[in-house]
Design a protein around this ligand. Structure first.
Ligand code: A3P
Length: 296
């Protein structure tokens, strides 16, 4: 069935398929369909969600730390966040079995996905489900630059101009970005008790406010300023990047752990994009999001 879907070439390297308004690699698409059709959510499950390259690694680390009841157990020191909080549609690409089995509902799960809201299982979306979702979005120009570096490190490198065309056409896994963001954003307005919508830039500029918002949302309010400081330090880019597991480890078959940690700056796009490129992305962003009241 997948082979019959409209397809395009991604990063001059792989075929990617269009299904229900979004693009997916074929093996990922199979997992998306499996998840949608088979996952039964618990009310105390937490699903993290994001487009590619918007701060997923950070969000996984923070949510894991907020939910951790044993402060002495610093799991991030020895394992990569992507191994600790599996992304449901790419578990087949993780090199060793994860501790969290996506389909084992015997205990509350902390999971992540790049799947758009409209394609999530009904057991998560239904009005009777209390499963919480924490979403993270990021400025699209920084997202694009982050994507360019990431895919150039995992596939054959392509010039910025070609990657730009790919980004603008929305032909990348779980793209187009703006539709992905709009779906979660609109839903977070309708059901604020269910979906918490975070922005990477706000986490950077005001981490304490954002992390306490998330901890409260997850029903795990942070006890003290010290606790907050500790979590922020444990999850900081500087610390995670320099851990042995993230410097030299490999959780995925296709990407090294180090490829998830780069600069982590707001506005890095200024070092790469021409004014015309920046304006084109801004235009697309305005066109898709302005009417929803979201500015990224
Ligand atoms: P840059 O490429 O702009 O540096 P994702 O985790 O969704 O793949 O996103 C990757 C981006 O998040 C990269 O951005 C990466 O450097 C940044 N990042 C990773 N870990 C981070 C952390 N702990 N704190 C802040 N940013 C982080």
């Amino acid at each position: 069935m997948i082979e019959k879907l409209p397809k395009a070439r991604f990063w001059e390297a792989e075929d990617i398929f269009h299904w229900e308004g979004f693009w997916f690699w074929p093996d990922v698409l199979k997992m998306v369909m499996t998840f949608r059709d088979n996952f039964i959510a618990r009310n105390d499950d937490v699903l993290l969600a994001s487009p590619m390259k918007t701060g997923t690694t950070w969000l996984k680390s923070l949510a894991l730390s907020c939910r951790n009841d044993n402060d002495d157990n610093d799991v991030l020191a020895v394992e990569n966040p992507h191994f600790l909080v599996p992304t449901v549609e790419v578990v087949h690409l993780i090199k060793k079995p994860c501790k969290t089995d996506v389909y084992d509902a015997s205990a509350p799960r902390l999971l992540h996905t790049h799947i758009p809201y409209s394609l999530l299982p009904d057991s998560i979306k239904s009005s009777s489900s209390s499963t919480k979702i924490v979403y993270i979005a990021r400025n699209p120009k920084d997202t694009f630059i982050s994507m360019w570096h990431f895919y150039n490190s995992t596939f054959c490198p392509i010039p910025l101009e070609k990657a730009f065309d790919c980004f603008c056409s929305g032909v990348y896994n779980s793209g187009p970005l703006f539709d992905h963001v709009a779906e979660y954003w609109i839903e977070s307005w309708k059901r604020p008790e269910k979906i918490l919508f975070l922005k990477y830039e706000e986490l950077k500029s005001n981490p304490k406010v954002q992390i306490s918002k998330m901890a409260e949302f997850l029903g795990k309010p942070l006890g003290s300023e010290d606790e907050m400081e500790k979590i922020l330090w444990r999850c900081s880019l500087e610390r995670l990047r320099n851990l042995e597991v993230n410097k030299n480890g490999k959780s995925f078959l296709v990407a090294s752990n180090s490829s998830f940690f780069r600069k982590g700056e707001v506005g890095d796009w200024r070092n790469y994009l021409t004014p015309e490129m920046a304006e084109k992305i801004d235009q697309m962003s305005r066109h898709k999001l302005e009417a929803t009241g979201l500015f990224l």
